[in-house]
Design a protein around this ligand. Sequence first.
Ligand code: MF3
Ligand code: CO
Length: 248
Amino acid sequence: MVVLKSKEEIRQMREAGQLLAVCHKEIEKIIEPGITTLDIDSFVEDFLKRHGATPEQKGYKGYKYATCASVNDEICHGFPRKTPLENGDIVTIDMVVNLGGALADSAWSYAVGKISDTAKRLLEVTHGALYKGIERAIIGNRIGDIGHSIQTYVETQGYSVVRDFTGHGIGPSIHEDPQIPHFGNPGRGLRLQEGMGITIEPMINEGTWHSRVDPNGWTARTVDGKLSAQYEHTVAITADGPLILTRA
Ligand code: MF3
Ligand code: CO
């Protein structure tokens, strides 16, 4: 069931989203070779507490951390750990912020130190893919229009779109209807309506889209060991077009 949000609810989600965006900007400043993803996780938890917010992922379905931190071939739901990040790594930090009950969800891929030109291009295309999707998040379009636009762009660039994880409706709980696949057919699926709050979060692989989940039951990684990147925004469908809630 799709629950539409009032203007006031969207305003509150936007406040949560703006705090999240500032948090990502702070992460960008501290990411460098030698820092651990557990350090980043503590930083995020502390940052949110200082700003009167909480990390919604912690405790969600038994998940133990404030963030997901997915390095190199990890697609999503990587556990923060004590291993230092190395020069040349890419890492996606994903988090959901709860500010007074309103939620916002955003993931960002970061370069650690100096990365290869091929990794750089993957980040650029993945970031571009997010915006290809957002552009289509317009009243009257269908969910398939978002996925189709992302998939066409990504495959033209020689990369693949992860199938096993999708965007989703959001707020008051993390995952609500509808699912938002990052692949699909134009003109298919549910029609987008004013007041929908959704995430668009393409996970894009250098090689095949196939993933497998680690024995920890959470962490998905590429089956071929090649890189995966992700950018995610929470977006409201409004009469004025897509409103990106997780931008500062
Ligand atoms: N932020 C993730 C998403 O985009 C949520 C991960 S679920 C968690 O859907 F339990 F890992 F937090
Ligand atoms: Co999400």
